[in-house]
Design a protein around this ligand. Structure first.
Ligand code: DPP
Ligand code: ZN
Length: 875
């Protein structure tokens, strides 16, 4: 397969104006009828019209109602080329056949538990019919669906329902019309036995929107939280961005078989059911929060993605970076801003940064099709940091004013932000094109005679594949300076680049500011600083960089105790923990006895007992950095040592803080009925984090306490947390309780997936055997993506068993990827990416992983998806 590059972008030779689709849905086959009005763009009619088509069987083709002769077109396995289309506009009519019931790739039109549904992003529409499958082709659609009425009583597509009725032979039809132009990746169709939860939303201009969430009848009671989330999202987008919903109807459909989380099809969002269905008994706080975030995310796409869409797939971040940013802000406003920021940054560090330092490194605007969600959101966040909320809103307003109804690029977004604010963004655009995570080093010095405080910055962007040499980036540094009692010092002026600038806003005293780094090395000197301050740098994580400072441990403990920026308080604790873990890893490698720094223990003790703190913040602050994050910081990643050290520290902390942890459990048991709100979730988070520590203590009383938490739990959050705590230790209790949990929940596939994942992720040595057995368990099915993500994805997250020295973990994954690729290439390629960082490990492991990658690449009939990841990993 040939790689596609951004620089090769060409405007289309032909555009589509209207698209009328007709589907005859059948059990054996589905017939698709498409009628497209085509008009030439630029020099269009000099060129052939090339349509994409994968696994699509052509039945007939007409232009302006006349059958096309065989010599007038060419059909190959992936295209239909019309050699010399008429000059001017014309009508193209195509009839084709597809087999959704055999489509296990879950792209295009397929069946999930008896219902028809679609997934067209990025290039699934070409599996439905022949089309110019690219997002800069925007057209107005109608869609007529005909199907058996008893099997498929509900027929849905985008836009408004304008006609429906019965047909002969027990069939019926529905005709949908979408008044908005859209690219084909936003097309959707659903047909099946579904019922809906109905509600209404009144927009700020007084329009009444009908809201429907569709599921199989038995799942309907679990859609209350999704509906709450949808209404909250609609209100939030009006309040914060002034964006109102634009049709009279909004549908959400939940399906059990779905490759991704969800899809923002115009007015017909299709969701992985795991991100819709929730009840207190079956879903955890994490599930509730994810549903809120993703329902918001897909809804927000209606403006950022659908009304304004991407010109080509290199611009993915235009919609995803922006929409992830929007859903993060939404969740922050609905809960705790600091806690949400901490969770998002942890994710970035454990998943995105390691990727950015390996063979899959890619800029926010990649040079081939790779997804970039979280880092793109960081880039959008930087605009807001630089411009403030109001300036950012001005930029968004201008973006919609300029580009509504268009397919645009990341530069267009940048230009709107810049022009609306008359801003100087220097070389900010480099964030879109340069891969790799910038490293920033800061050294500080205080001059007591001159009462000045200097910060010297140095930035390096590491080389990444295809980009050996990098330029300095534009990095915003939000900061404050703390005096010895922990208060923010007043900032009056900064000397920089030979200029003394005073800092003030409307003559009000200023206690924090944002510096703009643009050079490889530069210095900022603050004047009128009465004592040596402790700087709090990159507050709220103001740029996605790796930071190294000359702050000593005392400074870090000071920040942990005093910083007014809650994110940086957490961060100071993480920096301390990372240093400590890396030191202990070195000790472990040299066979030294491990000893835990008592100051660290006391630091955590005081956090744990500080009743003024948000409880979820405490839970995060007493959680150690992830194993991935630590391995990412090592020259040669050593999974055994990192695992041993993290377990050692956790056990030591559990013993040392036993009394405080017990108090945290006793004081934070759920009051009565489950409520989804921040204070209640925070209580549960603290209690359950404490419980996981306690379960590591060797003590019969505590063991029975943990067991009681499991037995008395009245909601899934508490029940599952107790199960996780118990499952840390091998033994009879573990086996019994795992079996008990399955017996209780075997009828609920979403809960069973949690059970699969928990076992798959286990770091108990030799667990691979259990995972092998689970492959044959009746609860598992290789065709269902959620089950694969739980069991196979979960296993790849086990630092001990996936990286087992005997190579069993790597071989397991290699074998599964080959099986899976035949069923679902997208899911297979996600799994194979667990190998992408193989060069980070020791030589022995490198050889084992490499052999598996080579085995995969040499297989017959490998999909493009898996080929891309596997070959890049080896390159
Ligand atoms: N476009 C989809 C989303 O991110 C794909 N998962 O919302
Ligand atoms: Zn999205």
């Amino acid at each position: 397969p040939k790689e596609i590059f951004l620089k090769d972008y060409k405007m289309p030779d032909y555009y589509f104006d209207t698209v009328d689709l007709k589907f005859l849905l059948g059990e054996e086959k589905t017939i698709v009828n498409s009628r497209i009005t085509v008009f030439p763009g630029g020099e269009g009619s000099k060129f052939p019209l090339v349509l994409n088509g994968d696994d699509v069987k052509l039945i007939s083709i007409k232009i302006n109602s006349e059958d096309l002769k065989e010599e007038d077109y060419v059909l190959d396995s992936r295209h239909l080329t019309i050699l010399s289309p008429p000059t001017g506009s014309f009508t193209l009519e195509i009839v084709n056949e597809i087999c959704p019931q055999n489509n296990t790739s879950l792209e295009g039109l397929y069946k999930s538990t008896g219902n028809f549904c679609t997934q067209c992003e990025a290039e699934g529409f070409r599996k439905i019919t022949f089309y110019q499958d690219r997002p800069d082709i925007m057209a107005k659609y109608t869609c007529r669906i005909e199907a058996d009425k008893s099997l498929y009583p509900v027929l849905l597509s985008n836009g408004n329902l304008i006609d429906q009725g019965n047909l002969e032979g027990g069939k019926h039809y529905a005709l949908w019309e979408d008044p908005f132009k859209k690219p084909c990746y936003l097309f959707a169709l659903v047909a099946g036995k579904l019922v809906s939860r109905d509600d209404v939303f009144i927009t700020r201009s007084g329009r009444k929107i009908s809201l429907k969430i569709w599921t199989p009848a038995e799942d309907l009671p679990k859609t209350e939280h999704a509906m709450y989330s949808l209404k909250a999202a609609m209100k939030w987008d009006e309040d914060v961005f002034g964006l109102e919903y634009d049709l009279d109807l909004f549908n959400i459909v939940a399906v059990p078989d779905f490759n991704m989380g969800a899809m923002e099809n115009k007015s017909l969002n299709i969701f992985n059911s795991k991100l819709v269905l929730a009840s207190p008994e079956t879903a955890s706080d994490a599930d509730y929060a994810a549903i809120l975030g993703v329902i918001g995310h897909e809804y927000f796409h209606n403006w950022t993605g659908n009304r304004v869409t991407c010109r080509d797939w290199f611009q993915l971040s235009l919609k995803e970076g922006l929409t992830v940013f929007r859903d993060q802000e939404f969740s922050s406003d609905m809960g705790s801003r600091a806690v949400k920021r901490i969770a998002d940054v942890s994710r970035l560090r454990n998943y995105q940064f390691p990727q950015d330092a390996g063979p899959m490194a890619h800029p926010v605007r990649p040079h081939s099709y790779i997804k970039v969600y979280e880092k793109g959101a960081e880039v959008v966040r930087m605009y807001k940091t630089l411009l403030g909320s109001q300036g950012f809103r001005k930029g968004m307003d201008l973006y919609f004013e300029r580009h509504d109804g268009q397919a645009v690029t990341c530069e267009d977004f940048y230009a709107a932000m810049r022009d609306a604010n008359d801003a100087d963004f220097a070389n900010f655009l480099l964030w879109y094109s340069q891969a790799g995570t910038p490293q920033v080093k800061v050294t500080s010095s205080y001059n007591s005679d001159g009462r000045t405080f200097s910060l010297k910055f140095r930035q390096d962007v590491p080389p990444t594949p295809g980009q050996p040499v990098k330029e300095p980036m534009f990095i915003p540094v939000a900061l404050g300076l703390l005096d010895s009692s922990g208060n923010n010092l007043r900032l009056s002026s900064i000397y920089h680049d030979g200029v003394l600038q005073s800092i003030s806003e409307n003559n009000q005293p200023v206690y924090s500011t944002v510096l703009r780094l643009t050079k490889k090395e530069e210095e900022f000197v603050f004047s009128d600083i009465p004592e040596r301050p402790v700087p709090s740098l990159f507050r709220g994580y103001s740029a996605p960089v790796r930071l190294e400072t000359d702050l000593n441990n005392d400074d870090l403990f000071f920040l942990l105790a005093n910083d007014s920026d809650e994110f940086n308080r957490w961060e100071a604790g993480q920096v301390l923990a990372r240093k400590l873990m890396l030191q202990l890893v070195a000790d472990h490698q040299q066979n030294k006895t491990l000893v835990l720094n008592s100051k660290f223990v006391e630091g955590l003790r005081s956090i744990l007992s500080d009743s003024s703190l948000d409880k979820e913040f405490i839970a995060k602050a007493i959680t150690l950095p992830g194993e991935g994050e630590i391995m990412d910081m090592m020259e040669v990643a050593d999974p055994d040592a990192v695992y041993a050290v993290r377990s050692f520290i956790r056990k030591q902390l559990a013993n040392a803080l036993k009394a405080e942890l017990l108090t945290a459990v006793e004081n934070n048991r759920s009051s009565e009925a489950y409520v989804f709100n921040h204070p209640e979730m925070a209580r549960r988070a603290l209690k359950n984090t404490a419980l996981a520590y306690l379960a590591l203590v060797e003590d019969a009383e505590i063991a029975s306490l943990v067991l009681n938490e499991y037995r008395n739990a009245s909601n899934m959050t508490d029940q599952f947390a107790a199960l996780v705590a118990i499952a840390q230790k091998p033994g009879e209790t573990r086996d019994e309780i795992l079996a008990d949990f399955y017996a209780k929940w075997q009828h609920d596939y979403l809960v069973v997936n949690k059970w699969l994942a928990l076992q798959a992720m286990s770091d108990i040595p030799g667990n691979i055997e259990n995972v092998q057995n689970l492959l044959n368990h009746k609860a598992f099915d290789l065709r269902n993506p959620n089950k694969v993500y739980s069991l196979i994805g979960g296993f790849c997250g086990s630092i001990v068993n996936f990286h087992a020295k005997d190579g069993s973990g790597y071989k397991f994954l290699g074998d599964i990827v080959l099986q899976l690729d035949k069923i679902n290439p997208q899911v297979a390629s996600r799994m194979v990416s667990a190998f992408s960082r193989w060069r980070r490990y020791d030589e022995h492991r490198q050889n084992l992983a490499k052999a598996q990658l080579e085995k995969i690449l040499s297989a017959n009939g490998l999909s493009e998806n898996v080929f891309e990841i596997a070959s890049k990993s080896l390159a």
